[in-house]
Design a protein around this ligand. Structure first.
Ligand code: ADP
Length: 380
């Protein structure tokens, strides 16, 4: 069993692992990218995770390496693994979270539900894909995208001329990913966890509401999802986790298409924004589960503690509001709301914190969470 867990990345996800690590008696260390990062209290090293020497130095102080983000170069992780260090999830799994094209290829081989997709190297290939898919496609850079950056709706190859240039292609590994533009009624996320020994557990499916490419609200469980859909999405997550050898928490982002298909969009191999509700909403939070999983300890129950949970992200409104200045009023007016602030300096659009409300009544949960978020954003 691993007692000392090293998290690469000092963001809010590492920050939220700190409390469960304390409760479980695990030692948590963080390799942060900068002083004053959200996980400062646990940061034992500050350094560049792209540098093998830095990561190796950090790895010497822990029993297992895990992550707050997916950007550590695979070459660095493979070297650590060759040197006998436990990396969870392993580099062989993370490779599929770092490259959307490889993810589509492998999940297609595994028979998991994908949109129509193609690898694109030339304008002609893109024109053909657009023509075969109703005159429109979603074009993605396979590497380096997040929060909607690196995703574009295209109706002609001219819409992506600079991506298709030799220089543009070189930046993203030589090819682009084209996907059918899924006509979806909503976006869903299936959170799960798997241990190196193979134990697997899933939380109930959630609905994510995106605004401008960023997650704004999460409704847990996904409203109106039938037992059959809940069972199907949990099996999809199991297929991904076992098929790719993922350990720790896995989030599978999905579309519910108008024609009833459930289609995998993206994967995250770490605690995920769609799972923050689980801190108050579940017997075991995604942060505790991640620590258990990467330590190869038995997983905790993923049962819900209330009928409904609503999570609302606190996205930066300007360069002033750190979401602390209004929180006494939010606490006073909405005592059922649980406030989480990440300790970041204010910046418009930045994920600054979140609010969760659990309740037996779904509309009450949503109303309280929205009222609290509104006070935190605007003071009333
Ligand atoms: P990122 O990695 O930047 O989060 P995603 O692949 O999740 O990018 O895409 C961002 C958003 O773009 C999705 O949340 C969804 O709204 C939209 N999108 C992505 N792929 C498709 C698709 N194939 N069909 C329709 N919409 C899509």
């Amino acid at each position: 069993m691993s007692k000392r867990i090293g998290v690469i990345g000092g963001g809010q996800l590492a920050r939220m692992m700190i409390v469960p690590a304390i409760h479980l008696g695990l030692e948590l260390k963080v390799l942060a990218e900068a002083e004053g990062s959200p996980a400062t209290v646990a940061a034992t090293m500050v350094g560049d995770y792209n540098q093998l020497d830095v990561v190796r130095e950090f790895a010497k102080t822990v029993d297992v390496i895990t992550f707050d983000h997916e950007h550590v170069p695979l070459s660095v992780l493979r070297t650590l693994e060759q040197e006998g260090i436990s990396v969870q999830p392993p580099s062989a799994a993370l490779a599929f979270a770092q490259n959307k094209l490889h993810m589509r290829q492998r999940l297609t081989e595994l028979g998991l539900p994908m949109p129509a997709w193609a690898e694109i190297k030339t304008a002609e290939q893109l024109e053909r894909f657009i023509a075969e898919n109703g005159g429109v496609a979603i074009l993605k850079t396979p590497i380096g995208g997040y929060d909607g950056k690196g995703v574009r709706v295209v109706r002609t190859s001219a819409d992506a001329a600079e991506w298709l240039s030799a220089e543009g292609l070189a930046k993203v590994g030589g090819s682009l990913l084209a996907e059918e533009k899924v006509d979806f009624v909503r976006e869903l996320a299936q959170l799960s966890a798997r241990t190196p020994s193979g134990e697997f557990k899933a939380w109930p499916l959630v609905q994510t509401v995106q605004q401008d490419g960023v997650c704004a609200e999460v409704l847990a469980p996904a409203p109106g999802a039938s037992e059959e859909i809940l069972a199907r999405t949990a099996e999809i997550a199991r297929g991904v986790a076992e098929g790719l050898g993922v350990t720790g928490v896995l989030a599978v982002e999905m579309f519910e298409a108008r024609d009833g298909r459930l289609i995998i969009n993206e994967l995250a191999m770490r605690p995920h924004n769609s799972g923050h509700f689980s801190i108050e909403g579940s017997v075991t939070s995604q942060f505790e589960q991640h620590l258990r999983a990467v330590s190869d300890l038995p997983l905790g129950s993923t049962a819900s503690r209330a009928a409904h949970a609503v999570m609302i992200n606190l996205l930066g409104v300007d360069d002033e509001n750190d979401f602390v200045r209004n929180y006494a009023k939010a606490m006073k007016d909405q005592p059922e709301a649980k406030l989480h602030v990440y300790g970041k300096s204010a910046r418009k659009g930045r994920k600054m914190g979140h609010v969760t409300v659990v309740h037996e009544d779904s509309s009450q949960a949503l109303a309280v969470a929205r009222a609290a978020a509104e006070i935190l954003r605007h003071g009333n």
